[in-house]
Design a protein around this ligand. Structure first.
Ligand SMILES: Cc1cc2nc3c(=O)[nH]c(=O)nc-3n(C[C@H](O)[C@H](O)[C@H](O)COP(=O)(O)OP(=O)(O)OC[C@H]3O[C@@H](n4cnc5c(N)ncnc54)[C@H](O)[C@@H]3O)c2cc1C
Length: 469
């Protein structure tokens, strides 16, 4: 194991990170509604609505077109949600975006199946095959219409992605395998385009429709290229991050110190995370998300990693000088989210990492910031010395709460009673007047968020980032 003395985290002041105005979140929802409305109008106005009255076959085909168009629109939204567009990331957070992406994905897939069925039925009726001949009709369309073979291949990719994303199937796959299969979604989306372009009557129906669809496809592709590939590549080359030290913090937990150039330009804030690839051999193809565990400086970043599998275990063996590829920063659990001066940072286990960084970055007077760290045993209590230092120098209050959980739906340890809100109030009597930042394992977070709500913390003062997507 490589260990060296921890360098002090210091450096020149950093440029403030860009912030996202509160209205941006609702605007992204409005943009989605507008795009769906526009797609529907572009279908309805030329002949979509009129065709509904043109007999059963014409109506089925017309509805098939509508479902196909909405499915395409949602497919692009799905890709856009995961394109790491900074303003969207900051407004929603990657955990919420992943959930939305999943929801939109299943919606788009269902509509795509409806599209195939409805168009097949409509064409079979119009061609005189009768509705029972729908399979024969789909078979002929696949071979006869331009772009249809590619669309079928794309559809098969998407079927694979959807099947492997159903919770039960996903739980059986290794994360790496699931993620690799998931990348086939890009191929699926790409293969669907020629079919819409060459045979989509609504795509070609009028210049406005053509302009809309070209803008939507090209804009989405540009976002993926710029934000998923270009920006990470630029930041990796610009900042040239390398491992400068690996420091053991507790059994199975290490801090990795990273140094680089021009880090004052990296818009990273305490509370955020980045995706890291350590270029030290076989595991380098896979990125892992880790939160900053100290406020970033112009020369140093620090992450703290718990051994939870083969990728996270690998950090113990990192050598100083190892090059690091980064994507990000991502996440919105930053100091700018707090609405009042008083804050509770409530973390469990390794979920303390972003909160430790926030504890350092938040401007505060005595008693303004309280850190509650839930651990199963004292072995897990990382950063005790650092939090004590912040208590002495900044007036922060740190409370360590050890012990196994009282029950599955409790955030608190055995012996603290059954009322999670009361247990929280007992530790932090003015919790209802504070912004509460929560981070930890998924089920524990649900219990902690619910206790905070019951203790009177308003929903807009609760801030959370999950370590699982
Ligand atoms: C936003 C965020 C911030 C995080 N911050 C920290 C941190 O500061 N310190 C820390 O110790 N851990 C953190 N984690 C968890 C850490 O990313 C995983 O423990 C690590 O990636 C596990 O990889 P593995 O190969 O060791 O384990 P595996 O056995 O491969 O995976 C264990 C579990 O970790 C999750 N996971 C694995 N790889 C990834 C990935 N590339 N992306 C997302 N989830 C993955 C999966 O749910 C998987 O079931 C964070 C996770 C997220 C999503």
């Amino acid at each position: 194991m490589t260990t060296t003395t921890a360098p002090r985290l210091q450096g020149a002041p950093r440029r403030p990170a860009p912030s996202t105005p509160g209205w941006w979140r609702s605007s992204t929802k409005d943009a989605l509604a507008v795009s769906l409305l526009l797609v529907t109008v572009l279908w309805a106005v030329p002949h979509g609505v009129a065709d509904l009255g043109g007999g059963a076959s014409a109506a089925l085909t017309s509805l098939g077109r509508l479902t196909g168009l909405v499915a395409s629109d949602l497919l692009l939204v799905q890709v856009l949600l995961m394109a790491r567009v900074p303003a969207i990331e900051r407004a929603w957070g990657q955990d919420e975006l992943a959930r939305l992406h999943r929801l939109v994905g299943f919606g788009s897939f269902t509509l795509m199946l409806a599209h195939i069925g409805l168009v097949g039925l409509g064409y079979a009726g119009a061609d005189g095959r009768g509705y029972a001949g729908v399979l024969g009709e789909l078979w002929s369309e696949t071979w006869d219409l331009a772009g249809m073979l590619l669309a079928v291949a794309g559809m098969l990719c998407l079927v694979m992605v959807v099947v492997t994303s159903v919770r039960k199937a996903r739980a059986k796959l290794r994360y790496e395998s699931w993620h690799l299969l998931h990348l086939y979604a890009y191929l699926g989306v790409g293969l669907a385009l020629p079919h819409q372009l060459w045979t989509g009557a609504d795509f070609l129906a009028n210049p406005l429709a053509t302009a809309y669809w070209w803008t939507a496809w090209a804009g989405t592709a540009a976002c993926v290229v710029v934000f998923r590939l270009g920006l990470p590549l630029y930041r990796t080359l610009r900042h040239r991050l390398v491992v400068s030290a690996v420091v053991p913090e507790a059994p199975g937990v290490w801090s990795v110190h990273l140094s680089g150039r021009h880090l004052e330009e990296l818009p990273a804030r305490a509370g955020q995370f980045l995706q890291f690839r350590f270029l030290d051999g076989p595991g380098a193809s896979r990125s892992h998300p880790y939160s900053l565990s100290a406020a970033p400086t112009s020369t140093l970043l620090r992450i703290t990693v718990k051994d939870l599998g083969d990728g996270s275990r690998q950090v113990a063996w990192l050598r100083p000088g190892t090059r690091v590829l980064v994507e990000g920063p991502y996440g919105r659990m930053t100091a700018e989210r707090r609405q009042g001066r008083k804050v509770l940072l409530l973390g469990a286990g390794i979920g303390i990492t972003p909160l430790r960084a926030l504890a350092e970055e938040l401007p505060q007077g005595p008693g303004d910031v309280v850190v509650v760290h839930r651990v199963r045993s004292l072995d897990e209590a990382v950063f005790r010395g650092e939090l004590e230092h912040l208590e002495q120098t900044r007036g922060l209050r740190a409370v360590l709460v050890p012990g196994p959980r009282a029950s599955d739906d409790s955030w608190a340890p055995v012996g603290s009673g059954t009322d999670g809100a009361a247990a929280l109030r007992a530790l932090v009597p003015d919790v209802a007047d504070r912004d509460v930042f929560v981070c930890g394992p998924d089920p524990w977070m649900d219990a902690a968020l619910s206790a905070a709500r019951q203790a009177g913390v308003p929903a807009d003062r609760l801030h959370a980032e999950r370590f699982t997507w």
